[in-house]
Design a protein around this ligand. Structure first.
Ligand SMILES: [Fe+2]
Length: 324
């Protein structure tokens, strides 16, 4: 298997380099072949290839970053926690506004074919809203306008951050951990480098799907060869326990808390055993090279003044959102 991957590495390398260059020069989106190659290179080089791609594609900051203890911690551990970041009022407003929109059930046993209302009957492990619908909500626009989040992302990425991937979903109890709902160990690999921000909209403890992360596994060379050789797939608990038992972090949160995480490291959301969990999540990346993505659009009349000003004045940072 490894030899086959190295063979593919050599075959696709010219295409990959060509697509990297035209992405950098003309922002021409890469093919899925190059995206698959990026994953292969990550596995073969244990992450070093991503560092090179990130370095090549990122847009440098005008000012150099000063020393920042919390950013150093984030760089070393792969995560950073901010308690009570968003006010109870904002969380409540967001929850209220979610009631106005419909979403999709997704799970190993059931998937919605069209939008459904969130009724009491639980049909799957996860119920999510689309980014287009979320974008229209004023509390969402307030979160997406927050300068502090951009600031942390720019310091972590050491680059101009691009906001994209706006998600919000409920998790509900299931008998078994759900693959579709990312309840088994895995690493994300959509871009060369990124930072995820989990915004807790409900209190979360051992009963309703605590998030787990293996400290330090976001660093180059830190995921064991044995795990990487399994490929880009879900990983069983016993394997992760064998390699990283003492490094597994399990987090409890209250609504309004934030978790910054480089989800290149091994992570999972544990299954919910009682009640439910509501999560809002955004991502900052140094480049949109990699996997396909959706750019949600919003009409000018649906934007708050502040949000409209931000999005239109910082087009590079907000290129993951379109105003029509
Ligand atoms: Fe993930």
């Amino acid at each position: 298997m490894r030899k086959f991957k190295v063979f593919l590495f050599i075959i696709y390398l010219p295409i990959f380099i060509f697509e990297l260059i035209i992405f950098k020069l003309f922002t021409i989106k890469n093919s899925s072949v190059s995206y698959q190659s990026m994953i292969n290179y990550f596995i073969i080089t244990r992450g070093w290839s991503n560092a090179i791609i990130h370095f090549f594609l990122k847009k440098n900051l005008l000012k150099k970053n000063k020393f920042d203890l919390q950013i150093n911690k984030l760089k070393k551990n792969g995560y950073l926690i901010k308690k009570n970041f968003f006010t109870k009022k904002l969380v409540l407003d967001l929850k209220k506004s979610l009631k106005k929109i419909d979403g999709y059930w997704i799970g190993d046993k059931y998937k919605s074919k069209s939008k459904e209302k969130l009724y009491k009957k639980v049909k799957a492990a996860k119920f999510f809203y689309t980014d287009d619908d979320l974008l229209k909500l004023k509390p969402v626009q307030e979160i997406l306008s927050n300068d502090y989040l951009f600031n942390i992302a720019s310091k972590y990425l050491d680059a101009e951050p691009i906001l994209y991937n706006i998600n919000c979903w409920y998790n509900f109890p299931t008998k078994l951990p759900d693959k579709e709902a990312a309840q088994l160990w895995h690493f994300d690999m959509d871009r060369p480098k990124w930072l995820k921000i989990f915004i807790y909209l409900s209190d979360c403890n051992i009963n309703n799907g605590p998030h787990c992360f293996v400290q330090g596994t976001h660093l180059n060379g830190s995921i064991s060869r044995e795990i990487l050789n399994l490929g880009y797939m879900r990983i069983q608990d016993k394997i992760v326990n064998r390699f990283y038992k003492t490094k597994i972090k399990e987090f409890n949160f209250n609504e309004g808390d934030l978790l910054f995480e480089d989800s290149r490291g091994l992570h999972k959301g544990k299954k919910v055993t009682s009640k439910n969990r509501l999560m809002f999540q955004i991502e900052f990346t140094s480049s949109l090279f990699g996997n396909k993505y959706n750019i949600p659009s919003i009409k000018k009349r649906d934007c708050t003044n502040n949000f409209y000003k931000k999005v239109t004045s910082k087009r590079y940072n907000y290129q993951g959102i379109k105003i029509i």
